[in-house]
Design a protein around this ligand. Structure first.
Ligand SMILES: NC(=O)c1ccc[n+]([C@@H]2O[C@H](COP(=O)([O-])OP(=O)(O)OC[C@H]3O[C@@H](n4cnc5c(N)ncnc54)[C@H](O)[C@@H]3O)[C@@H](O)[C@H]2O)c1
Ligand SMILES: CC(C)[C@H](C(=O)O)[C@@H](O)C(=O)O
Length: 352
């Protein structure tokens, strides 16, 4: 399996190094032939190549079997024409990575916040509010002024259908329940369409239990009784926000796995950002990127029918649980280890 690794900004290099060690350990134990090619992304790429991400790297990713994307300091990037491109959105759109699958679960050994739970947020990843664009008339006249900004929120049947199907398929392999999250009481055309399509899709999965919640009330339901949820499907920005909440409720933003998958490509990516407040201090939790990478191994294993990759993925997930249960973890989840040592703790359990 050929992987491209882009460490990125802030805590990216630290959590990427730990993830790489875990991958190498899993490769040795399960006999995987892994080739990992590291490339530049983020500020370091901007300084070297004039862009935070380049077409050259995209070509390499297209030739590889998967991408591991570290976090980027995207809030710093203002002007695409100066190469300040948001790498997450770049790969999601250019590789059509339409499903962002973000599992969150509680762990023995991590201080409890709202009781035990195990759920997955399935987030549409290519449209919604993320189609932000200035409005122009047919003759190029810009219909915004210095005082008016307009963004278009696009929702399409194709994207709703494929994300709903992803959620139902996932629920079929889990506890058999899908929750649709929307704001169809106000956004009647866009979220109304999303909800209608989810309900239609449910007819093809008669064994799956369904329910739906308005996105604002959903925040209360998740905090009140997270264990009631199995698979949650929603549009792009609601999923972005909801998955940070569920990761933090499980103990830390540093625990949430995330894979961005399409029909042909997949990208592992921590669900948190570059965390500049803790960068360079060896305190960031590497587990989010480690678990995301385990998701990528499983995606590849299923696709290629290569059981060793699926086994390696499960072993990494179990190793994370074991390390965390024994307190061999970073301080955000109650441990005393640094980033590198927390990664080594996972390696020890993977190797067993
Ligand atoms: N995938 C991405 O590339 C991505 C995602 C979100 C935000 N961002 C960017 O990252 C930068 C910082 O954003 P932010 O501060 O709003 O969000 P953030 O996710 O980087 O950090 C939020 C809080 O969570 C903590 N945190 C995050 N990851 C952690 C980890 N692995 N271990 C322990 N604690 C962790 C941080 O220290 C901070 O207190 C911004 O430029 C933002 O645009 C990038
Ligand atoms: C960096 C940003 C584009 C990204 C998003 O909003 O999707 C991030 O918040 C995430 O959750 O991956």
């Amino acid at each position: 399996m050929k992987l491209v690794l882009l460490p990125g900004d802030g805590i990216g290099p630290e959590i990427s190094a730990a993830t790489r060690r875990v991958l190498d350990t899993a490769a040795e134990r399960f006999g995987l032939s892994l080739v990992i090619e590291e490339e530049l992304m983020g500020h370091v790429s901007l300084a070297r190549h004039g862009a935070t991400i380049t077409e050259d790297v995209l070509d390499k990713v297209r030739e590889a079997d998967g991408l591991i994307l570290g976090p980027a300091a995207t809030f710093d990037f203002k002007d695409e024409s100066r190469g300040e491109i948001n790498p997450s959105m770049f790969f999601r759109k250019r590789l059509d990575l339409f499903a962002n699958i973000r599992p969150s679960r509680t762990y023995e050994g991590v201080p409890d916040r709202v009781g035990p739970f195990d759920l997955v947020v399935v987030r549409e990843n290519t449209e919604g509010f993320y189609t932000d664009r200035n409005m122009e008339s047919g003759n190029g006249e810009i219909l915004v002024t210095a005082d008016v900004a307009i963004a278009i929120r696009r929702i399409t049947r194709l994207c709703c259908e494929r994300i709903a199907k992803t959620a139902f398929e996932l629920a079929s392999a889990r506890r058999g329940k899908v929750t649709f999250v929307h704001k169809a009481n106000v956004l009647k055309t866009t979220d109304g369409m999303f909800l209608d399509i989810c309900r239609d899709m449910a007819k093809s999965y008669p064994d799956i239990l369904t329910e739906d919640f308005l996105v604002d009330a959903m925040m209360a339901h998740v905090v009140r009784a997270p264990a009631r949820f199995d698979v949650i499907v929603t549009t792009n920005m609601y999923g972005d926000i909801l998955s940070d909440l569920t990761a933090e409720l499980s103990g830390s933003l540093g625990l949430g796995g995330s894979i961005n998958a399409g029909a042909h490509y997949a990208m592992a990516q921590a669900s948190h950002g570059s965390a500049p407040d803790i960068a360079g201090k060896d305190i960031a939790n590497p587990i989010s990127l480690i678990l995301s990478t385990a998701q990528l191994l499983a995606w590849y294993g299923h696709r290629k029918n290569e059981q060793a990759y699926v086994d390696a993925s499960s072993a990494i997930e179990k190793a994370v649980s074991e390390a965390v249960r024994r307190g061999e973890a970073t301080q955000d989840i109650g441990g005393k280890l640094g980033t590198a040592a927390a990664g080594e703790a996972v390696c020890r359990w993977v190797a067993l």
